[in-house]
Unconditional design. Structure first.
Length: 268
């Protein structure tokens, strides 16, 4: 004859709940894999819109935090405010973006058009897909956060000039010509756009102050000369606020003038 034991009701409910959660976890994990969190760094893989699939350049990315998104449309950087509706949707409000001239402008425009408003979230083990109301999608894969380049011993190539809220790429004729390296002892050297220069710089927390700039005296005309004059004025304007995000250095003066430069390679 089978004997039945009395199990306290609370214990029975707790046991059933534990079994249900375990089963749910197994279903989501698919064995040994777990679903990624929505927040984090994502590499944009492709866009689908209007019956077309647009493949993303390697630089396109989205970094999602609790209330902010930052990233790159493929050439221009952007910021946006985000509000999550649980794990099922996110509402994106675009913020400031840089205004550099870009080769793949079609992808940039479509990405900016899709990454706004309410987007449904579809998470998989190795993919995050954001879907607009009309069914267009942004497909992304996990991307490890990029380590910040060091301020010193890095060759910085100036790629844009800042004027207040406007960030403009250097003219094509001057691209890659303005570059500099800051040594550990503060010695700075490089090219302003046309002439070579050297200076002594002082780093204090988040500020960088250049001493008197010594340069060669070639006559510089055209776009390279314009970039050189802008950098000469910037370096002589007093303490500059510096910030590095990934491989990009931003120098900003109190009046809103500044530059962005990309880490080209480690200096020997």
């Amino acid at each position: 004859m089978r004997t039945h034991r009395n199990v306290p009701t609370g214990l029975a409910v707790a046991s059933a709940l534990a079994l249900a959660l375990t089963a749910c976890g197994r279903a989501e994990e698919g064995g040994s894999r777990t679903l990624p969190d929505v927040t984090g760094s994502w590499a944009v893989e492709s866009l689908t819109t209007g019956g077309r699939t647009l493949h993303a350049p390697d630089t396109a990315r989205v970094d999602l935090a609790e209330d902010e998104a930052t990233g790159n449309y493929g050439c221009n950087g952007f910021k946006a405010a985000v509000v999550f509706s649980g794990a099922s949707a996110v509402t994106v409000t675009p913020g400031p973006t840089t205004l550099m001239a870009c080769a793949d402008i079609e992808f940039e425009k479509e990405f900016a058009k899709l990454f706004k408003g309410r987007l449904a979230i579809d998470r998989g083990p190795d993919r995050l897909t954001l879907k607009t109301a009309d069914g267009s999608t942004i497909a992304m894969t996990p991307k490890p956060p990029q380590a910040d380049a060091p301020l010193t011993a890095t060759l910085w190539t100036v790629d844009s000039l800042i004027s207040g809220a406007t960030v403009s790429s250097v003219p094509a004729e001057a691209a890659g010509k303005a570059r500099f390296t800051l040594a550990a002892d503060g010695t700075t050297s490089g090219v302003l756009g046309c002439n070579r220069f050297s200076a002594k710089a002082t780093v204090e927390a988040s500020t960088l102050t250049f001493g008197p700039v010594t340069s060669t005296r070639m006559a510089c005309e055209g776009p390279a000369g314009e970039v050189e004059r802008a950098l000469t004025e910037l370096f002589g304007s007093g303490p500059l606020t510096w910030k590095i995000q990934g491989q990009v250095l931003t120098l900003t003066a109190p009046d809103g003038q500044g530059l962005t430069a990309e880490a080209a390679s480690a200096a020997e």
